[in-house]
Design a protein around this ligand. Structure first.
Ligand SMILES: [Zn+2]
Ligand SMILES: [Zn+2]
Length: 454
């Protein structure tokens, strides 16, 4: 296993996620144990009670083993400044400005970890790191054993509490075969709370485990299914349908992660991946680059007319803005009057974009290109009413608004979307533009206009 790229730091535990998870596991275990020793204590004459007792204590050991491995082994991070062995392949990969290196196939940058993560699935607050290539199996085992542990604890807790609540019945009825169970008030409350917590864990973790197993069986992380969905939407524009390169069949996909035939360690170094016939190792990264290029073509630059401090409650921008927030955990960015924002996503009352601070606007394009690598502008959501909109972009897409109308032309002439933060140059963007995408950039509009005139 490649520990050189792991995240393992003790300080990762100093976060509400791991602290909460550890307290939760200990709480349910101790409450269940409190019930176990009253209701079904280990008795040398009863082998089953001994087995029950031992199994009960095996759960927290396996749970913590997998939990701490998921944290300390980590998902595996792409080494800083990484580049493919063959320099020719660099053109198929994205460049990460923050890590100052190429993103290996299947790697994505996690803002919370601040690094490019190998086969990033998602950032999990409970382990305070990402779930990725090296810790995916341990993460799934942790979820699986947490469910089993909670079921066992529930089997101890429920009958025990039932008997404790009706202890008087057992005393008066003189039932002799059943141990009498007494609780202090705090003990009772703690155990009832544990039942709720254990049930919550079984439902929530069970759901997460199903999602994880489905993603492993398809060999498709959360991010990759999103890319694949967009790739399928683009299929009608190409001669050959896009084939997802990492799907090796459900059994082999499972083996790639759990590797039961050999060492139970994940297969591969997280940088080079086996692919199915008819594809190559850069099939998905090429598709990603094309999708990004399309995204750039949709970028629009808006002028900020009203400041926003990044607050969570946004009543001052209207009730609808306050209620209809984007369903995501992405950041919100503060913006100041006079700034520009390069917008790539549009919600009814919110926009997502990259903030260009007022002073940076005077720089010409050449200067912008030189500062592209190693520096990143803040990106995030902000209320739509904070920017000047000459027209609503949705009207342009739906055809309600003519793209050659004065209002659209005036907007593009005044505020073009140049300088979107990435590492591709404008010539490449021009080459990759396809004619069936809506022309939203001024260059494209002008090109279309010239073609119509000729
Ligand atoms: Zn990165
Ligand atoms: Zn992360």
């Amino acid at each position: 296993m490649c520990f050189g790229t792991s995240s393992g730091r003790l300080s990762q535990l100093a976060h509400y996620g791991p602290i909460g998870a550890i307290i939760l596991i200990i709480w349910i275990t101790i409450s269940g144990y409190h019930c176990l020793i009253q209701w079904y204590p280990p008795d040398i004459k009863d082998p089953l009670s001994i087995i029950n007792f031992l199994i009960y204590w095996i759960w927290p050991v396996i749970i913590f083993y997998n939990y701490f491995r998921a944290i300390f082994v980590g998902p595996g991070f792409v080494p800083k400044g990484w580049k493919p062995a063959n320099p020719e392949d660099e053109k198929y990969l994205q460049y990460c400005d923050v890590c100052d290196g190429f993103k290996a196939p299947r790697a994505h940058h996690c803002k919370k970890c601040g690094k490019c993560v190998m086969k990033l699935d998602h950032h999990c607050p409970w382990i305070n790191t990402c779930t990725g290539h090296f810790n995916h199996a341990n993460f799934c085992w942790f979820l699986f054993y947490a469910i089993l542990g909670c079921i066992h604890a529930l089997i101890m807790l429920c009958p025990c509490i039932y008997r404790a609540l009706f202890v008087q019945y057992y005393v008066y009825a003189r039932v002799k075969d059943v141990p009498l169970i007494y609780f202090t008030f705090t003990g009772l409350i703690s155990c009832i709370l544990s039942i709720g917590l254990a049930l919550g864990v079984i439902i929530a973790v069970g759901f997460l485990l199903i999602v994880q197993l489905r993603s492993i069986m398809k060999n498709q992380t959360g991010v990759e299914s999103w890319i694949l969905r967009k790739a399928k939407d683009r299929n009608h524009r190409r001669a050959v349908e896009f084939i997802y390169p990492y799907d090796l069949g459900f059994k082999e996909n499972l083996r790639q992660v759990f590797n039961w035939r050999e060492t139970f360690n994940v297969i591969g170094n997280g940088l080079i991946w086996p692919v199915r016939d008819g594809t190559d190792e850069y099939a998905l990264t090429r598709e990603q680059l094309e999708q990004k290029s399309e995204k750039r073509q949709r970028t629009m630059r808006y002028e900020v007319v009203q400041p926003y401090k990044g607050a969570f409650i946004t009543l001052r921008y209207g009730l609808r803005t306050c209620i209809c927030i984007p369903c995501t955990d992405e950041f919100r960015i503060p913006i100041e009057k006079g700034d520009y924002v390069l917008v790539t996503r549009w919600e009814r009352y919110w926009l997502y974009g990259e903030r260009v601070i007022a002073g940076q606007l005077d720089k010409n394009n050449q200067e912008m290109k030189t500062r592209r690598r190693g520096h990143r502008r803040p990106r995030g959501w902000f209320p739509r009413c904070c920017v000047y909109e000459a027209f609503r972009i949705e009207d342009l897409w739906s055809g309600k608004l003519d793209q050659n109308s004065d209002i659209v032309r005036a907007q593009f002439d005044n505020i073009g979307p140049e300088g979107f933060d990435d590492n591709k140059n404008a010539d490449e963007e021009e080459k990759e533009q396809t004619d069936d995408t809506p022309p939203t950039t001024p260059k494209k509009l002008r090109k279309r206009k010239v073609r119509q005139e000729s």
